[in-house]
Design a protein. Structure first.
Length: 460
């Protein structure tokens, strides 16, 4: 995967070296020689990932990273700090500032490319979520996109490690900030990760009876754990497997012996990123639901009905089974709005939807078609059975007056229903037309009744 990488270093030879390495791998490269220039490039959206030198005059890399993570427009940018500093305390300081990783000079070219590719994939995924969420927010469908990262504390972590001393040290280091569950069996770990909403899975590459990389790959391939970040625990000699893990989509790694402060910082980084991505997915999911759900009644809307009815009819036709549809119209609803106001009209619509849902079957598709008109689609249902369900709906509506004005008053409401049956071989529009004609018969015959279409098409 290609990406545009910003290389930030005050020493031109360092910039040229990284630029040459990345360009040779088909990455686009932009450069900056100081922190102020780097911030401006990031704010313009001219890069996907930042390779940031720590030791720079004027504004060091730590400060640049903190500013990037504090800015809503750049907080999602992956940052890799490139430095000659090799102390754990320096890595922790950078991670606390919001960096995703550290590369120590002289830079290992293979490690550099593996990390850049891994973070480029992450950035592309987050960018897609951000674009969808921001579009939904702009249209007023959902709330605004989060403008800051979560603190990354709390939550539940699964540690997969069969070395008792190792797992105990990690659990002790994290226990004041996270709930840590330890699992020694890889297969059991996969089941637990699928059944429990963990915010991070830490996998030892040194499992005695299972390949830790295979477990990481399986976590990525299972739908329920696909978005759960993974962190590898490796030994010094595991370098090749660590690089392979990054190619497989593992988010981060730690080399033993593990420093308590560093693992806290890396865990916190991964949890923060997961929660940010989850918030974006939640916005996108809410937008999708709002696109197919009527916000007043909570029923599926006309768009959902139109996109699913043809499929339902085709499936029933292939099985040689009937499908019935009823069209419902609240009687004299305009008079309700005119005499009592639209607020009361909304109460009636909500109460009507609630009564329908109580008496139909779970397999029936209930939709608000528009205004006071509703549709119920009943797969694999004959006309005589559908008529009994329609009568239940009619009786549930007419049987008890509807509470209005918060329950202070009541209002009697009735509904007219038209019903038609299909055995396939006709478009949804034809089925609706016949059901609508039956509805017209109900209304012209005095309302508060169920009429069925008796045409030959229903039995074709």
């Amino acid at each position: 995967m290609t990406a545009r990488v910003l290389v930030v270093d005050d020493l031109i030879p360092n910039v040229k070296l990284l630029e040459a390495r990345l360009t040779a791998e088909y990455f686009d490269v932009v450069t900056a020689t100081n922190g102020f220039e780097a911030l401006a490039i990031c704010e313009r959206g001219d890069c996907d990932l930042v390779l940031l030198d720590v030791m720079m005059p004027g504004m060091d890399g730590f400060e640049v990273c903190r500013k990037l993570k504090a800015n809503p427009d750049t907080l999602h940018l992956p940052v890799v700090m490139v430095t000659a500093l090799d102390q754990t305390s320096d890595r922790v300081r950078g991670l606390d500032a919001g960096a995703d990783d550290f590369l120590t000079k002289p830079i290992d070219e293979i490690a550099l490319l593996a990390r850049v590719r891994s973070l480029a994939r992450l950035k592309a995924s987050v960018d897609e979520l951000r674009a969808r969420a921001e579009t939904s927010a702009t249209l007023g469908v959902t709330g605004a996109v989060a403008h800051q990262l979560d603190d990354g504390l709390g939550g539940r972590i699964l540690l997969v490690d069969d070395r008792v001393n190792s797992s105990e040290k990690i659990a002790i280091a994290l226990r004041d900030l996270y709930q840590v569950d330890v699992e020694t069996d890889a297969q059991e770990a996969l089941f637990r990760a699928s059944d429990t909403p963990y915010e991070l899975v830490i996998v030892s590459l040194g499992l005695a009876d299972y390949d830790g990389l295979r477990l990481c790959s399986q976590l990525r391939s299972v739908e329920r754990t696909r978005h759960t970040p993974t962190l590898m625990l490796a030994d010094i000699e595991d370098r090749a497997r660590v690089l392979r893990g990054l190619d497989l989509g593992v988010n981060d790694y730690l080399v033993r012996p593990v420093d308590a402060n560093e693992i806290i910082a890396r865990v916190r980084t991964q949890v923060r990123r997961k929660r940010y991505a989850d918030s974006l997915r939640s916005n996108v999911q809410a937008a999708m639901e709002m696109a197919v759900v009527d916000p007043l009644t909570g029923l599926n809307n006309r768009r959902y009905l139109q996109s699913h009815l043809a499929t339902l009819m085709e499936q029933c036709g292939q099985k040689g089974r009937p499908l019935s549809a009823m069209v419902l119209d609240i009687d004299f609803f305009k008079r309700v709005n005119d005499d009592h106001g639209h607020d009361v009209g909304d109460e009636i619509l909500q109460g009507f939807a609630s009564r329908m849902k109580r008496v139909v079957r779970s397999a029936d598709l209930v939709c608000r078609f528009g205004g006071e008109e509703f549709v119920i689609v009943m797969p694999e249902t004959r006309r005589d059975i559908a008529k009994r369900i329609a009568e239940r709906v009619r009786a549930a509506v007419a049987g008890t007056p509807f509470p209005i004005r918060g329950g202070a008053e009541t209002l009697p409401i009735t509904v007219s229903i038209g019903l038609a049956e299909s055995h396939g071989g006709e478009p949804p529009e034809a089925l609706f037309k016949r059901a609508d004609q039956a509805l017209y018969l109900s209304k012209s015959s005095g309302r508060n009744r169920v009429s069925t279409d008796e045409s030959n098409a229903a039995a074709a």
